[in-house]
Every structure is written in C-alpha cells, then in structure tokens.
Unconditional design. Structure first.
Length: 100
C-alpha cells in the first residue's frame, strides 16, 4: 500500500532532522516552506507537521502564532504546564445565564 502524502512530508522532515539540516531547539519549516520544497499542497504539509507534533518530534509554542520547533531530548510536546495554565484567563466579564 502506498504511503499517504502527509506521511511522506513527515518523513521528509524527519530526514532533515537526521541529516542535521534541522537541529534540536531550532525552528521547523512552515507548511508553506514544505509545500515549496516538496511540491505538495500546503494543507498536506501541515497535516505532516501535525503528525510530528503528535509523536513529539516537533513542539508547538504556547502562543497560537508560535513557530514549531524541533524537540530537544526529554522535551514534552505540550510545553510547560505551568505556563499553559497561566495563559488562560477566562472570560473578561461575567457570563449571564441563559434566560428561559
């Protein structure tokens, strides 16, 4: 059975880590960069990156706009739990209960 394109993209990034093109703690390529290099659609490349985040190869920063980074040895893909807990503030004003 042929490999899915997203798996091929994930393997491409793993190869970049293995050959030293990407180093632990360094920025990972974006979906757009991978699309240009691989010739696959950006949505496919992003799916490949999500696979690598899920298996801990890449880590995501706390902010939604943070670049993916190559995970360092022993680093959690979830980041620092205390930082994550502190970043949620909840609603800025009280939320009213629905009226019947």
């Amino acid at each position: 059975m042929a490999a899915l394109k997203r798996d091929v993209v994930a393997a491409l990034v793993r190869d970049m880590i293995a050959d030293g093109t990407l180093v632990p703690g360094g920025a990972a390529p974006s979906g757009a960069e991978l699309a240009r290099k691989s010739g696959y659609q950006m949505v496919t490349c992003r799916a490949g990156l999500r696979i690598l985040v899920a298996d801990g190869t890449l880590t995501r920063g706390v902010s939604a706009t943070a670049r993916l980074r190559v995970a360092q040895a022993g680093e959690s893909c979830l980041g620092d739990a205390e930082t994550l807990r502190g970043s949620f503030r909840g609603p800025s004003r009280p939320v009213a209960a629905p009226q019947d």
